[in-house]
Design a protein around this ligand. Structure first.
Ligand code: SAM
Length: 421
């Protein structure tokens, strides 16, 4: 989501990106407030640009995203070298804000939610890129007790079907072959009687679109209509990111996740029934207030039962204004206990991911080639249908093509292989 917003920001002001902040006319720190660590990172990044502003007062320094939305005006008071604060829904207003600052040298805060042009600015698209995100939804209507998203991104707003298809088609015409639809709870998307399954089917009709992914799905919004579409539309990749957060029903209920462990497991079975080779990844929060040893054991038993392809796991972080932050005061899980649980879970996941990657050795995978591998220019990189990164020796002309690669090595974070000719 943040990467997508950063690309929209680049496009909104028609910016030429630079890696050297000293050469920049405008520096914008796009932020995330999901966990305290991310929010502190935003402040330390801004601190780094103080000397640039001191040496060149004409450089415009701004903050955007969730931290900007959360603290608004307070940021201008706290950070004297900051010129503007741009809320999560205000990207279309950016050109106006910049010209106002250039003209009047007036510091500005724009965090209003009632902007009609919410989806107006499409993201910057780097020529030659073969994958792209398309936003289908902003904000969130769920009220998970730990989550700051509804506060900093507002209620759910679904983008009209035709706009989504138009942006997707434009990207495909520019050479994109894989689209990832994004939304906080992407599969709750609905518009004018259409549901998420209908969106997938409609996207499946776009000529030359080879792959469709979407994230993040909310377990309770997985419907038969969606599963049927995933089964029927051949472009849909066989991987789903489905955050479960905990394996304990007590914790799930305190998190206000609206499903039980049994319901989640049954949903996975339904998905596997329809798409037998589907791989599932997840998010887990460890040390949610009141999490007992037994609750944690239930999370571990779920990890063992499902054997997720991969998982992102986080220590609970109390966020201002959330319900969980209030009861965290009485029921905090001691930091050392939470750390030990997190390490245990991550060690388990590492073994599972590694063995799943190893089990691919000898298989032939279809890979959409995205570009040169980061570490070696002779190697090219892409993802398999199941979302595994696969590196192999190749040539530049393969970028954008779907090729067959035989897996020769399974590593922790990727696969290696040889092109099948
Ligand atoms: N909208 C997505 C959903 O509901 O699954 C979540 C997006 S959030 C950016 C990604 C992950 O951050 C969540 O799935 C959750 O595991 C984690 N997260 C959110 N709030 C958190 C908090 N207060 N403390 C720790 N982890 C948190």
């Amino acid at each position: 989501m943040n990467e997508y917003d950063s690309d929209r920001i680049k496009n909104a002001i028609d910016a030429e990106p630079t890696d050297d902040p000293k050469k920049a006319d405008i520096i914008i720190v796009n932020t995330c407030a999901i966990r305290e660590k991310a929010d502190q990172k935003a402040f330390s990044s801004l601190g780094k640009y103080k000397s640039i502003k001191t040496n060149n007062p004409d450089t415009i320094v701004g903050i955007s995203g969730c931290v900007a939305q959360l603290y608004g005006n307070k940021l201008l008071k706290k950070i004297p070298h900051l010129d503007f604060v741009l809320g999560t829904r205000a990207i279309p207003k950016l050109p106006e804000i910049i010209s106002k600052i250039e003209r009047d040298k007036r510091r500005t805060v724009e965090t209003s939610y009632d902007l009609e042009e919410l989806f107006d600015v499409e993201p910057y698209h780097k020529e030659g890129r073969v994958t792209a995100f398309v936003s289908v939804q902003q904000g969130c209507n769920k009220r998970c007790s730990y989550c700051i998203v509804p506060q900093v991104r507002g209620d759910e707003v679904n983008r009209p079907l035709n706009d989504i298809l138009k942006e997707t088609t434009n990207l495909v015409n520019k050479g994109v072959r894989e689209i990832t639809f994004i939304g906080q709870t992407v599969n709750s998307w609905k518009e004018n009687g259409y549901k998420f399954g209908d969106l997938i089917r409609a996207a499946g009709d776009i000529e030359d679109l080879e792959r469709i992914r979407f994230t993040t799905s909310y377990p309770r919004d997985i419907t038969k209509r969606m599963i049927d579409a995933m089964k029927d539309v051949p472009q849909v990749c066989h991987h789903l990111h489905l955050p479960v957060q905990s394996g304990s029903n007590t914790v799930l209920s305190n998190m206000k996740r609206t499903y039980t462990r049994e319901w989640y497991v049954d949903t996975i079975l339904r998905l596997k029934d329809a798409v037998p080779d589907i791989t599932i990844s997840t998010d887990i929060i460890i040390g949610f207030p009141g999490e007992t040893h037994q609750d944690f054991e239930e999370t571990m038993s779920l990890m063992k039962e499902i054997e997720f392809e991969s998982s992102y796991s986080f220590k609970f972080s109390p966020r201002p204004g959330t319900v969980a932050a209030e009861y965290a005061e009485e029921k905090t899980v001691q930091a050392d206990i939470a750390s030990a649980r997190l390490s245990e879970l991550q060690a388990f996941q590492k073994d599972i991911t590694e063995s799943k990657n190893l089990s691919r050795v000898g298989h032939i995978e279809e890979v959409l080639v995205e570009g040169e591998s980061r570490n070696d220019p002779d190697f090219f990189s892409g993802r398999t249908d199941h979302n595994r990164i696969l590196n192999f020796k190749g040539t530049k002309d393969l970028v954008g093509k779907t090729v067959k690669v035989k897996v020769t090595e399974g590593l922790l974070n990727s696969l290696r292989g040889e092109l099948v000719v």
